[in-house]
Ligand binder design. Structure first.
Ligand code: IVH
Length: 734
């Protein structure tokens, strides 16, 4: 199609394309009779998107292009539900259903009560509002009263019309369940796995995670669907029964429950529930129960609601299906955080609608608790999850020669991914691979390494980190420093079908960031390498006590600290006391640091760093604060600060400056706080500081305090110096 040259011809083509695309959507979803291929549909959609880009005034909020996702949001607005979104009471046995039925009989005074039974879809509840036939907004349930505005995300659901056909009520708020079809879920997980991304545990989690996305373009790539099951606010139509609601949905091209049983007595209810249990296995989405609803709205009104759920409806939850099969072997997978997970390799068996050949065994302790052994016949259960669990062993069928399973022995003490030694920390159930160099963990470590508070490598986000690993350009974080700019520029962030390159500009930015990282202080590097127990504050404290990695690797302070007996205070320790070591660095952290530098991966790390000519230095070295003179180098030595409210720069910038001046930064106000740096809109921390009579400084006061330091006085500094000396007497604690 040639690009229309005038606003009029563009408007005409936009209208034509909109109508055409809406028609194909309807053919595809409502009538299951598509007449064009997905490719042709995408071409039409692209033409419309191009036109809307050229003539923005023609882009309607309900344009079909919104199905591919509008602009990313900063956060979700809140929407108040005009009618509360309630939940349902659950029943788990025919007896409980009978008890519910008796309550209905008693309240309504009749044995015959027309009710509908329908599948309970296991997804995420949303409310979708149409005004004058146009999709106005969509919101999550939230707390039932107010939910997140997920309109742009919900608009990407191709099943859901943005405009209703003629004759739609003036106001129609419908409630439904957003879900991801099982087939789409499996495909998405395979793609994620291939791209080195984390798998979603089940379709419901995938749906919830997708709806929470702030970028609707990502949502558009995830195949969500929706079933509508109920009403919120309506105007312009009378619906006397739930059956009438179903008929309305059909007329408007909105998908309601795929099958509904209309029954009137308790035996019929129980039979319908049993039938639905068979039927639901044919569905391509997860269901976890049956919902029973009284058909008559007048009776619904009469029955009323409790604080949480209506009295006119209930959910029956099906027990998870269990089957027996043979456990052929146990394999061990290394997760992205280094956790070793044992996986049961099963004789394939059909359960809850699909064939299962693997099940998670969680961890070693779980295996030992259930005494699960290779060669056992086991009972597996598939609950809401796609991944089934091994429930128990059929001991009668255990082979005579079976032996107890030990994960450690099974992998001979070594990580199946990198071959390094595995560890289990005190108090933890899982074995882990702690190696900094383990390929299974590279992407996770890379993202941490590049974080804003670590080495701040702009450009390395979720996708780039995954792709760098997938394309084998980086197998441990230090490999970043040997990246080739040209190779980086053509790094494909898409897939083989749809390439999307990182680009020359991003590559150049990243290389600049890497150069800057080489000179970043020790504390940031320490935080970046991700030693267990070494968070941001511990890293700062370790850098206060050591000049560089060389000192840290052979630290007498940490060696001593590691041996402090439990319950003994390091403040009372003859060697450690002068160092005034903060609580963030305790016995456990000391052990972790020593072990890291002594380990093979720690040694390789130090050697690689030396090869690269990187030797980060501490920028807050002050090992024995008592002997550091307050003044020139460390004007805030001995003071503890809390930062709150909105300041002209990120709080972390101020925190860095306080630390550089010898002060400590803490997260909460207490009697020990020397001063609160409060920006605008400071809240509870400011109240607390006032209550405890803690000194409060605004940003100007803070600047004056620091500026006053080290200045000879005179001139413009006069006022601030006066200010400063007064403050100092408050702040300096010897
Ligand atoms: S009717 C007043 N029908 O299950 C609430 N709910 O566990 C009326 N659900 O909150 C709900 N399928 O999010 C109804 N066919 C169905 C459903 C269904 C799934 C969800 C819904 C509800 C939750 C209760």
């Amino acid at each position: 199609m040639p690009i229309p040259a005038t606003p009029e011809s563009a408007a005409a083509r936009v209208a034509e394309l909109t109508a055409e695309l809406n028609r194909h959507n309807e053919l595809y979803y409502q009538q299951a009779a598509p007449v064009i291929s997905d490719r042709e549909y995408d071409d039409l959609l692209r033409e419309l998107a191009d036109l809307e880009a050229e003539w923005p005034e023609l882009a309607a909020p309900d344009s079909p292009t919104r199905r591919v996702g509008g602009v990313p949001l900063e956060g979700f607005q809140q929407i108040k539900h005009p009618v509360r979104m309630m939940s349902l009471d659950n029943t788990y046995s025919p007896e409980e259903v009978a008890a519910f039925w008796q309550r209905l009989v008693k309240a309504l005074g009749t044995e015959r009560i027309p009710v509908l039974i329908e599948p309970k879809v296991d997804g995420v509840a949303v409310s979708v509002c149409y005004e004058n036939g146009r999709l106005k907004y969509a919101a999550t349930r939230g707390d039932g009263t107010t939910g997140d505005d997920v309109t742009e995300n919900v608009k990407t659901i191709r099943r859901l019309p943005h405009r209703l056909p003629g004759g739609a009520p003036e106001l129609l708020e419908v409630r439904g369940e957003v879900f991801m079809p099982n087939s789409a879920f499996r495909q998405m997980n395979e793609e994620r796995e291939a791209a080195g991304e984390a798998r979603f545990a089940n379709p419901r989690n995938a749906t919830a995670g997708t709806l929470k996305q702030l970028d609707p373009r990502i949502v558009a790539q995830r195949p969500l669907d929706i079933v509508l099951y109920g009403l919120g606010q309506v105007r312009g139509i009378e619906l006397p029964t739930v059956s009438a609601f179903h008929a309305l949905m059909k007329r408007l091209g909105l998908r309601a429950s795929d099958r509904v049983w209309a029954v009137e007595t308790l035996p019929e209810v129980l039979a319908a529930i049993a039938e639905l249990d068979i039927y639901r296995r044919t569905l391509d989405y997860e269901t976890d129960g049956a919902v029973l609803k009284v058909d008559s709205m007048a009776w619904q009104e009469q029955l009323g609601v409790t604080s949480k759920a209506p009295r006119w409806a209930m959910a029956y939850k099906y027990a998870a299906e269990r089957v027996e099969t043979l456990l052929k072997s146990i394999t061990v997978q290394v997760g992205r955080t280094g956790v070793l997970t044992p996986v049961a390799e099963l004789e394939p068996v059909f359960v809850s609608g699909s064939t299962v050949s693997r099940a998670t065994l969680h961890n070693d302790e779980e295996i030992q608790r259930k005494d699960i052994r290779v060669g056992d016949t086991v009972i597996i259960e598939k609950a809401g999850e796609i991944i089934p669990a091994v429930i128990e062993v059929v001991l009668d069928k255990r082979p005579a020669d079976s032996v107890p399973f030990s994960l450690y022995d099974h992998v001979r003490g070594h990580c199946p991914s990198c071959g390094g030694p595995i560890i289990k920390e005190e108090g933890f159930v899982a074995w882990r691979c702690p190696s900094f160099l383990c390929p299974a963990q590279t992407a996770t470590r890379l993202k941490h390494f590049a974080g804003r508070k670590m080495l701040d490598l702009e450009g390395i986000g979720e996708i780039v980190a995954d792709k760098l690993v997938e394309r084998k350009m980086v197998s441990n974080p230090l490999d970043l420093f040997s990246l080739d700019e040209a190779a980086l520029a053509v790094l494909n962030l898409g897939n083989d079908d749809k390439a999307r390159v990182f680009g020359a500009k991003n590559a150049a930015t990243l290389l600049t960031a890497l150069e800057r990282a080489k000179t970043m202080p020790l504390s940031r590097w320490l935080f970046a390498i991700g030693i267990r127990e070494v968070g941001e504050s511990a890293a700062r404290e370790l850098a206060r006590l050591h000049r560089n990695f060389g000192e840290l690797a052979h630290s007498p302070i940490l060696a001593e600290l590691r041996t402090v007996p439990k319950g003994k205070r390091k403040e009372d320790h003859p060697v450690l006391a002068p160092y005034q070591i903060a609580q963030e660095v305790g016995q456990v952290a000391a052990g972790e640091v020593i072990d890291f530098f002594a380990s093979e991966s720690g040694q390789v790390f130090l050697a690689r760093l030396a090869e690269l000519g990187i030797d980060p230095q501490s920028d807050n070295y002050a090992p024995q604060p008592a002997v550091v003179p307050a003044g020139a180098g460390a004007p805030l030595a001995g003071t503890t600060w809390v930062i709150t409210g909105t300041l002209s720069q990120p709080r972390e910038t101020f925190a860095d400056r306080i630390r550089a001046a010898g002060g400590k930064v803490s997260g909460s106000v207490s009697a020990k706080t020397s001063c609160l740096l409060a920006g605008t809109e400071a809240g509870s921390k400011l109240d607390k500081a006032r209550q405890l009579k803690v000194k409060v400084l605004d940003e100007a006061g803070f600047e004056a305090l620091l500026a006053g330091q080290g200045q000879g006085g005179g001139g413009a500094a006069d006022r601030s110096e006066e200010h400063t000396s007064e403050l100092q007497s408050h702040l300096m604690i010897s």
